[in-house]
Every structure is written in C-alpha cells, then in structure tokens.
Design a protein around this ligand. Structure first.
Ligand code: HEM
Length: 454
C-alpha cells in the first residue's frame, strides 16, 4: 500500500457480533440490522461455519474458496433458495435467478445489450440526469439528503433507458412500488435467514401482491407499445433486449421473459447505483482532502461542463474513489448459494444443502486481506494496486458476475465527477448515516450533507 495520509477517524461502520447468537436473538438483531448478525470473526478469519435452526451455513472470506464457489465449481453452488424465494415473485425466472441452460441462453442474449458501445450511446441520459441533480441542488437551502437525490437521479436514468417514450414509467407510484417491493422482500428474508422451510407461508408474501403486480403491468404495456412503435433512434435497453438473440440457440425472449428481465435491471441496478453515489458523497464529506483532489481532477477535465462518456478513462481518481466506496459499503453486501453436492472449502467440509454465504461487507474489511481495512483510502485502487481479485467482490465474479457493472461504473463516474466539480459537500454534526442492511446496504437516516455551490 502506498504511503499516504489516513484520516484521523474512520468512516461509519457497523459493530459485528462477537459471540454466538441464539435463534431469537438472531431474529431480533436481524430485524434491526442484518449486518449485525455477521460475526466479527468474518473480518479476521477465512471461513466461519455454524448452524442456525435447521440450516448448516458457512461464511466464506477465503479468496481461493470464493473462486471455487463463483467460478471453478459454479454448478455446485447455484443461488440459494433464500435468494430465489425473495426475488422470484417479482422478477420471475429472469437472468438474476435462473440456473443452468435457462440462465445461459438469457445471459448470452442479454450480454450485447451491456456492451461498452451501447452504454456509451446511452451515456447522454446519465449526463442529463447529472445536470438535473445540479439544478435541484441549486434550489436547496444549503442542505440536502443526498441519498434521496441519488435515488431520484439513478431512477431517472434506469427508467429512461428501459421504458422511455412509453410514458408509462415516470410516475411516483411505480417508484413507490419498487420501494415497497424491496421493503417487503427484506421482511421475508428474516424467516429465511434462520432457515424456516420454504413452504411456511410468509406474511409479506401473502399481502405483497400489489406492488409487484403494478410493476409488471407497467412493464407489459411498455413492451407492447414498443413492439408497435419500433426501436428508437438511439436504441435503449428495451430495444436492445427486444433484438437480443442467443447466438447458439437463436432463441429470443418472449414478452414475459422481456418483462422479467427489464424489471430485474430496474430492481438490481437502480438502488445499488444510488447507494454507491450516496456513500461516495458521504466519504468525500468525511475526508475533505480526498474531496479536494477529486474536485481538482473533475474541474480540470470537465472545464465547467457536465461529464460525458468521453471523459471515462480520463477520471482515474474518480474511479478509485468509487471503487473504495464499493469496498467499504458494498451495496449488495451479502450473496448466498446452496451446495448441491458435498465439497470442501478452505479445508472445511461442505455437505449437500448447506448454505454458503459471501458476506461481502466483512470480506472487504477482512484483516488478512486488507491493510487498515476500515479506513477510507482510495489510493488502494491506484496504479499497480495489489489485491486478490476474489477479495474484492462488489459485483460478484465468475460467469454470474453483475452484467450491469460497467453501466453502473459509467453512471457513477458521470454523476460524481459532475457534482463534485460544482458543489462542496460537508458533514452535519450528529447526522452521520448508520449502515443498515435491508437486502441492500443503506444509510439509515439518509446522507444529509451541507451543500455549497462553488
Ligand atoms: C453499483 C451497482 C451495482 C452493484 C453493486 C451490483 C451488484 C451485483 C452483484 C454482487 C451481483 C452478483 C449476485 C450473485 O452472484 O449472487 C449482480 C448481478 C446482477 N446484476 Fe448487478 N449490481 C449493480 C448494478 C447493476 C445494474 C446497473 C444492472 C442492470 C442494469 C444490474 C443487473 C444485474 C443482473 C441482471 C445480475 C445477474 C447476472 C447473472 O446472474 O447472470 N446490476 N449485481
């Protein structure tokens, strides 16, 4: 690690548990904050195993074992029943949760949608959203919840690149549906975490029909209209997916598959990117030196204009700050798999049906893998950075790596560089956010910052 300046204190974190929790306590704690059930040992050891109620589980932080789970022995570790139960009601058997041949053909059909060329073509929408945030911030009286702002900014982007022009996706009601859905899913997960069998009806599943039905109806009508009107001049994600074809089987998505995948992009891509930006702004407010360096880079490249796709590659420090943000506050901070056959991970016996979890939050703060892990230090990701690829998994890895990673990185760089070039962000005493995990890693209380135009 390069020599450098470390801030005097550390950015906010969650105290992890230092003693075994019983079932009731696990439930009580998980209801408060899912992150708090991750044993503190996970930041010190390569693998931590245990049993809660009916389920044997392993939390894996050993990069070699992670490579085995996510890449070398992928077929033995499909996404866990937990993940599938959570997401299937909303996003069907889409790319995110499908397995085997049904996953493979969808991934092949969708891959070109996210090519660098296509994302560059969609980047003006990201620049417009960055400009819109700047306009909104000019009107605040010196203070704003930057998480709210970033949710709106990334929602503008994802709705414009999925359903734009169909007039269907702009409404607050749909936005509310997505939030309701995520909140409800989080409540379902409490049962799943302690291993209650999948046939036990979940309260929220019984009452949870409407937000999901709303989302599906909007998507269906957008697809129907687009089939009639044909592709737009600059094809958006919906057009590209409509054209998408698996080169091997020549299969194309039917309406239900298109709908499930579009909703997947919205659910998987919108809040995660907003969180990245909100946490990045908190960290910039936390460390004024980093913010100054970021501003110097952004102002010299942008010269007063909004960032565009052409600037990507010219903003290396911005990229480092975002990568370090994703290390400290990975939006998807927990992924899990179910073992299909006996295996061995990091010298530990894995039995069929064991739950294998990757607590990405703890992996990124593991003392054996990261120096001074709780400190904010973007230079870690500078030229010649040395870290094990499987010690850093904000987007997962292997064949099931996030298909939207480049999309998210481009969007985050455009919005962050534009904002920092035009505004100064400062903490407000007593208003630091608390990281809390509700499916994603959220800042409880928002990211309230003092905002001053430059
Ligand atoms: C900073 C933003 C994002 C983060 C941190 C993130 C994180 C992740 C992670 C960790 C996975 C792997 C999950 C697992 O292995 O269980 C994943 C998969 C996925 N993500 Fe993202 N994601 C982000 C943005 C996006 C965007 C913008 C989109 C789409 C527009 C997207 C779509 C997907 C899809 C479809 C998958 C499933 C891929 C497959 O299984 O083949 N994500 N994401």
């Amino acid at each position: 690690m390069p020599d450098g300046h470390f801030p005097p204190e550390q950015p906010v974190k969650v105290p992890l548990v230092t003693r075994p929790l019983g079932i009731l306590e696990t439930l009580r704690t998980a209801r408060r904050n899912l992150l708090e059930i991750i044993p503190d040992l996970c930041t010190k050891q390569p693998i931590v195993s245990g049993k809660t109620a009916f389920v044997r589980w392993h939390m894996v932080m050993d990069p070699k074992a992670l490579k085995r789970i996510l890449k070398d022995n992928l077929d033995n570790y499909p996404k866990s029943d937990i993940t599938k139960n959570l997401l299937r009601p909303a996003i069907g058997d889409s790319l995110f949760i499908a397995e085997g041949a049904h996953w493979r053909w969808q991934r092949r059909a969708a891959a070109p949608v996210f090519s660098h060329r296509n994302i560059a073509a969609l980047a003006p929408i990201m620049s417009a959203s960055a400009e819109a945030v700047c306009t909104r911030l000019q009107d605040t009286n010196g203070q704003a919840d930057m998480f709210d702002e970033m949710v709106q900014a990334t929602f503008d982007v994802i709705s414009s690149v999925t359903f734009s022009g169909s007039g269907a996706m702009k409404s607050d009601a749909v936005h509310q549906s997505i939030n309701n859905f995520i909140d409800q899913s989080a409540r379902v997960s409490l049962f799943d975490i302690i291993g209650v069998p999948t046939w036990v009806p979940r309260l929220s599943r019984l009452f949870g029909g409407n937000p999901v039905a709303d989302m599906k109806a909007v998507a269906d009508s957008a697809i129907a209209r687009r089939r009639e009107s044909g592709a737009k001049e600059v094809p958006d994600l919906l057009d590209l997916l409509l054209e998408g074809m698996d080169p091997e089987t020549k299969k194309q998505m039917n309406n239900a598959e298109l709908r499930d995948n579009l909703l997947t992009f919205i659910v998987a891509g919108h809040e995660t990117t907003a969180l990245t930006l909100a946490w990045a702004l908190y960290l910039c407010a936390f460390d004024a030196d980093v913010q100054d360096q970021l501003r110097a880079e952004a102002q010299s490249v942008l010269q007063g204009r909004v960032a565009t796709a052409d600037d990507i590659g010219k903003l290396p420090y911005t990229e480092q700050v975002i990568k370090e943000t994703l290390r400290l506050y990975p939006p998807a901070s927990f992924i899990s798999r179910t073992a299909q056959a006996p295996d061995e991970l990091g010298g530990r016996e894995v039995r069929r049906k064991d739950t294998v979890m990757v607590p990405i939050y703890a992996l990124h703060r593991n003392e054996q893998l990261w120096e001074d892990p709780d400190s904010f230090h973007p230079e870690r990701f500078g030229d010649g950075a040395k870290y094990d690829r499987f010690a850093y998994l904000p987007f997962g890895d292997g064949p099931r790596v996030c298909i939207g990673a480049h999309f998210a990185m481009v969007e985050a760089q455009i919005i962050l560089a534009t904002l920092i070039s035009r505004f100064r962000f400062e903490r407000i005493a007593g208003q630091d956010p608390t990281p809390i995990m509700v499916l994603t890693l959220r800042p409880e209380g928002g990211v309230n910052l003092k905002v001053t135009p430059i």
